[in-house]
Design a protein around this ligand. Structure first.
Ligand code: HEM
Length: 511
């Protein structure tokens, strides 16, 4: 009898689920939006999680086929892709109140009122408060204050790379950049006292986080059964603590660092001037309770960050500061080995402007051709565009379709950044000079850091690190391609997009 009740309950639940999944499968068709075919319930899950064929870099294939507006499914979550400049402006800038949050990981995204919410996943009033507190840490003054650290870490990077000088074998320079960006962010955010390139466990932990396989049962179930999230997420987090998975190891390390710092501060010992200290001291200047657009009456708003919030912000900065900037440097290095004329011109500019051993903030700002080179690298490889997405706050109209609250809109930045309509016939080529006379439309179509109020908060830190590393490296060495030049790079990743390897030989300067 009990068995019968059990089977009847399971069959009823399965039938209800299937009816619902079938209905969700028609979400885009009912709205007249086309897109690739998918498996009911799973959606395009297997394409999205294929690390060997990064989904974001594949969006242009489908945009070409289905046009500038199309739809796909992440399990049962409907996603609209837009590759249209006006719609992108509308999404990111003009209709911020309708589209405040970005997509996030369906399994791990925290509840907005959870204790450990970080800036990238918060929304509403909580986001506004965090953003107000965090933004000053990336101002000109703050960047000037941390410049000696960036200078020092980039000199260590140059020394490490220099060990391969004039050798015949090539190195994968991407790994060196990962050590460098981790070094900078660990020193700036976590108060690590001195450079620890090739002697820190952080890069390994971070690599494991980015390289993790998203085709895991928990993530699959979270996509297929959003209603199970309240069980799946805590179970997964508990398991990852027990199994000491990389993200939870990182959280534990940050937790220890923050607790130790609090103890020292309580004893009156002033230690660092890093993000931990700044966040422990931070207070928002505005009382956001009074801001209508972000008012969520049931949320208790405190102007000081809690310890959990400090830990969460440090976590997101380590994650965001490590991989993105290292990838960017690796892509640019690839282009510099392929375009010797660009490398020579850049070195000339560096020689003219960076005349002192310690490179200053003002000198970095004067490197105009460097600006063009770094921008052009990010134009061709925007690498983090998965974050340029928004979620509808309410049922509303977008791109001519009536969409439901919770619908995800993903910008196809790869198409916009390589569109011949916008960039001309040489859109696919590496031409830094184009940035000297870039049009308004081109600036709008340049989205490696997203756009609008949620644009990447760390973009100026990323540019500063990148320019400093290239200036230090190129004034000493020449980057030459491996014996067998890489025409194109093998791309990998389901979150950000990384080159599998960027093979470079290091030579003494020829001039
Ligand atoms: C080349 C390097 C980088 C790239 C390409 C990049 C890219 C992005 C993108 C595309 C977004 C989403 C923007 C949007 O939704 O409109 C974002 C957000 C964010 N980035 Fe970056 N990023 C980089 C470096 C950094 C660094 C160095 C940090 C901090 C140390 C950082 C911290 C963040 C944070 C906290 C957010 C969330 C902002 C918010 O939601 O208010 N990023 N980044």
């Amino acid at each position: 009898m009990l068995w019968m009740i059990f089977f009847a309950t399971i069959s009823a639940a399965l039938t209800i689920y299937l009816i619902w999944a079938f209905q969700r499968a028609n979400y885009w068709r009912n709205r007249g939006v086309t897109g690739p075919s998918f498996i009911i319930g799973l959606g395009n899950f297997f394409e999205l999680t294929d690390r060997n064929r990064p989904w974001m870099a594949r969006l242009p294939e489908f945009t070409k086929k289905f046009g500038k507006i199309w739809g796909y499914q992440e399990g049962l979550y409907p996603v609209m892709v837009v590759a249209d400049l006006e719609l992108t402006q509308e999404l990111l800038h003009k209709r911020f109140e309708d589209f405040q949050q970005r997509k996030g990981n369906h399994l791990l995204k925290s509840n907005p009122d959870a204790a450990r919410v970080h800036l990238a996943e918060a929304w509403g009033q909580r986001w506004k408060r965090l953003r107000t507190i965090v933004t000053p840490q990336f101002s000109n003054n703050s960047l000037k204050r941390i410049l000696p650290i960036i200078n020092d870490s980039s000199r260590h990077l140059t020394a490490h790379i220099g060990k391969n000088l004039n050798k015949n074998e090539h190195i994968n320079i991407h790994r060196y950049y990962q050590e460098y960006t981790m070094d900078v962010i660990a020193r700036v955010a976590m108060g690590v006292k001195e450079s620890r390139q090739w002697d820190s466990e952080y890069p390994e932990i971070l690599r494991a986080i980015f390289d993790r396989n998203l085709r895991e049962p928990f993530f699959l179930l979270a996509c297929m059964m959003p209603f199970m999230k309240s069980i799946l997420t805590p179970t997964f987090k508990w398991l990852s603590n027990v199994l000491k998975m990389p993200a939870s190891r990182l959280f534990q390390q940050i937790e220890t660092a923050v607790e130790e710092r609090k103890k020292l501060r309580n004893e009156g010992i002033v230690t660092n001037d890093d993000f931990i200290d700044l966040f422990l001291d931070a207070e928002a200047e505005i009382d956001h309770k009074t801001e209508g657009a972000f008012d969520r009456k049931d949320v208790h708003v405190n102007r000081k960050l809690t310890t959990d919030e400090v830990i969460a912000q440090c976590f997101v900065f380590l994650i965001a500061g490590f991989d993105t900037t290292a990838n960017t440097l690796a892509y640019v290095s690839h282009f510099l080995t392929k375009n010797k004329d660009v490398q020579d011109r850049l070195r000339e500019e560096i020689d003219q402007i960076c005349t002192t051993e310690e490179i200053t903030y003002e000198q970095l700002n004067e490197l105009k051709y460097m600006d063009c080179v770094t921008k052009e690298g990010l134009r061709l490889h925007p690498l983090a565009t998965i974050a340029v997405s928004r979620v509808a706050e309410r049922d509303c109209e977008f791109a001519g379709a009536q969409i439901e609250k919770g619908t995800i809109i993903q910008v196809d930045a790869y198409t916009l950044q390589k569109s011949k309509e916008i960039w001309g016939e040489d859109a696919e080529d590496f031409v830094p000079e184009r940035w000297m006379n870039a049009t308004k439309e081109q600036h709008q179509a340049y989205l490696p850091f997203g756009g609008g109020p949620r644009m990447c908060v760390g973009n100026r830190l990323a540019y500063t690190e990148e320019k400093m590393a290239l200036a230090q490296l190129l004034r000493k060495y020449e980057l030459v391609h491996a014996e067998k030049p890489q025409e194109t790079l093998d791309l990998r990743g389901a979150i950000t997009i990384s080159p599998l390897s960027v093979d470079v030989r290091i030579r003494s300067r020829s001039n």
